[in-house]
Write a protein that binds this ligand. Structure first.
Ligand SMILES: Nc1ncnc2c1ncn2[C@@H]1O[C@H](COP(=O)(O)OP(=O)(O)O)[C@@H](O)[C@H]1O
Ligand SMILES: [Mg+2]
Length: 269
């Protein structure tokens, strides 16, 4: 994979990881070594990049760097050309339900605005817009907990909350991994709708190759022990994805290409 770093000040890359290494136990356990990732700016368009790799290879760790929750042992992490700081925090949606169960859906979605000191009236109005967008209208007064809300509904809460700050970048760490298959397919289409409406840059981790090909503009495949990206696959499917896209012969070709790439890594090449 040829990575090129363009440092034009007018359009900094959205996400840039350079020479990343992660080790623990004073260097005895090497998780990540010499990893580069470049997500370029596509003005007015956003970008949907998917990361695939074995469990434990460091995918969540990468997202935590970008979210400012962890620093690598070595290397540079830039978001829109700048080091990550509290001011340019990036929203993240996790696999586990991350809402506060003692608060209502409405209060969970408006939480970020509450921290910014915005009045209850204003944050409730904004939160309701997002709640409607993710299809949770009528559930806003319920507590954000299982089983009051289903797994799919709780992930909708998390997505609504992450959209409240009008993010240019959204990190999603196996967000649909715990959902049943029908709910998962519905959530994929919800996410495509959100992406088309807001055009954020999304960095998305999944283990599901079909999901990856359906959602992605491009897919990055990670080798492990120690980890870095070994393959970058452009997903040249039509821009407007619908369930019909999955019936294209080229969709299957891409799924096979990704599958083959992953099997090659397992074979140690
Ligand atoms: N404090 C730590 N000490 C040692 N190993 C750690 C520590 N934190 C995380 N790891 C290891 O880092 C690796 C990467 O974890 P993670 O980013 O969660 O992987 P993934 O999301 O790809 O499954 C895992 O193998 C995990 O065991
Ligand atoms: Mg993980």
């Amino acid at each position: 994979m040829a990575l090129q770093f363009t440092d034009t000040p007018q359009a900094p890359n959205v996400i840039e990881l350079r020479g990343i290494s992660q080790s623990y136990d004073g260097g005895k356990t090497k998780i990540i070594e010499n990893l580069d990732l470049l997500v370029e700016d596509k003005p007015m368009q956003g970008q949907f990049s998917v990361i695939l790799g074995m469990s434990g290879c460091g995918k969540s760790t990468l997202l935590r760097y970008i979210a400012g929750l962890q620093e690598p042992t070595a290397g540079t992490v830039l978001v829109k050309g700048k080091p990550v700081s509290k001011e340019n925090r990036v929203s993240m949606v996790f696999q586990q339900y991350s809402s506060l169960p003692w608060m209502t859906v409405l209060d969970n979605v408006g939480l970020g605005l509450r921290f910014k000191g915005i009045s209850k009236k204003e944050r409730d109005e904004k939160a309701m817009e997002m709640i409607q967008l993710v299809g949770l209208d009528g559930h806003q007064k319920k507590y954000a907990q299982y089983p009051t809300l289903s797994g799919g509904q709780l992930q909708r809460v998390a997505i609504a909350r992450s959209l409240m700050s009008n993010p240019e970048i959204l990190l999603m760490d196996e967000p649909f991994g715990a959902l049943d298959i029908k709910t998962r397919l519905q959530m994929q289409d919800l996410l495509i709708g959100i992406w088309e409406k807001f055009s954020p840059t999304i960095l998305f981790v999944t283990h599901d190759i079909q999901e990856a090909v359906y959602l992605a503009d491009d897919i990055y495949i990670m080798k492990h022990a120690p980890s870095h990206f070994v393959k970058h696959i452009d997903i040249d499917l039509p821009f407007n994805r619908t369930r019909e896209t999955k019936r294209l012969a080229h969709f299957d070709e891409l799924v096979h290409e990704v599958e083959d790439a992953m099997m090659q890594i397992d074979a140690g090449s």
